[in-house]
Design a binder for this molecule. Structure first.
Ligand SMILES: [Cu+2]
Length: 338
């Protein structure tokens, strides 16, 4: 008997052995359990903010993005577990050895129409829910009654994108300017001249309960504004104005960073949003204004001093020119010389 023949003979009893339903059921149960456990580990609650978007600032856009993501993830998990479950069950339950003739079944029209309509129905429902929620994600709400007093948003120059604004048209509109490698924030002051506005770098201070709209620009290369807990990213592109918004409920600090590789020190381009109570914000804004004014005044004095010094002599070394009395006292001494 040849080697191949013997192997074939040895395999025969196994192929003909009667099914062992209890073992199969146990394998199936264990597999299903593993699949369920796996999907639970991947599910939202077990790993909050790990696979789902961050939120927590109370800003409706970030919350809605997060909710929408979790909703779709839940539906997808149910579909995944269902499909994989049926697949694994069929593989184990109807497993057959070589040469077995499978049951001859042709298509089941009712079943096929059923799962086609089912899948389409799930997609339609998800699409409707998405479009309903998209409105609250894109369009800012009004500030709360006890929020910071804001002005009407005026049209931004060179705005080439749609600027969402609250129903009453009022918001604290702050310009975010990306530059290598820092974020600059310009706060509104009510007049058309932006050169004398209050500004800050890196840390953006905002009032709570107030709709903050951001006008996002870049002055050198493309950057990307991103504070994960306050919503999605917004690209800062030279020559183009982008918009986003947020409305923070409670005071807090929200960190982020530039999300577009913009050069050697891209990693240092951090951003921080500090939300404070509206009256605290008012005080901060006034203090910042005073600080900037004081610095401007000091710079002006220095400039004036330098102008005077330059007028007094042609070169800086001549600034230390001896005074008249010194000159007089020196001159006779020189004259007394031999
Ligand atoms: Cu950058």
């Amino acid at each position: 008997m040849g080697e191949a023949e013997r192997r074939r003979m040895n395999r025969m009893p196994a192929a003909l052995a009667p099914a062992r339903p209890r073992t199969r059921r146990r394998v199936f149960a264990l597999t299903l359990l593993a699949a369920l456990a796996g999907s639970l580990v991947l599910a939202t609650g077990a790993s909050a903010d790990f696979i789902t978007p961050e939120s927590g600032g109370g800003s409706a856009n970030a919350e809605n993005i997060d909710t929408l993501y979790k909703l779709i993830l839940a539906v997808a998990t149910v579909v995944f577990v269902g499909v994989e479950g049926v697949l694994l069950y069929s593989m184990i339950r109807f497993r057959a050895r070589k040469d077995a003739v499978p049951a001859q079944i042709r298509g089941n029209t009712r079943l096929e129409i059923g799962w086609t309509l089912g899948a389409a129905g799930i997609l339609v429902i998800l699409a409707i829910v998405t479009f309903v929620m998209l409105d609250e994600i894109r369009n800012p709400p009004n500030s709360d009654a006890d929020g910071f007093a804001t002005q009407r948003i005026v049209n931004v120059q060179n705005a080439s994108a749609y600027q969402p604004r609250p129903p009453n048209g009022r918001a604290l509109n702050i310009e975010v300017n990306g530059q290598r490698y820092v974020w600059r924030y310009t706060y509104p002051d009510g007049d058309d001249n932006v050169l004398n506005n209050t500004f800050s770098y890196e840390t953006l201070v905002v009032p709570t309960k107030t709709t903050v709209t951001l006008t996002i620009k870049a002055q050198d290369v493309a950057h990307s504004w991103w504070i994960p807990k306050l919503g999605g990213k917004a690209d800062a592109v030279p020559g183009h104005t982008n918009f986003t918004w947020f409305k923070v409920k409670e005071p807090g600090t929200f960190r982020g960073q530039c999300a577009e590789l913009c050069g050697r020190n891209h990693a240092d381009m951090l951003a921080k949003v500090v939300a404070v109570e509206p009256d605290q914000f008012k005080t901060w804004l006034e203090n910042k204004r005073r600080e900037i004014d004081a610095n401007n005044k000091a710079a002006e004095e220095r400039r004036k001093q330098e102008t005077q010094d330059t007028a007094a002599g042609d070169s800086p070394t001549e600034d230390q020119e001896p005074t008249e009395s010194e000159t007089e006292s020196q001159t006779p001494a020189q004259d007394e010389g031999p």
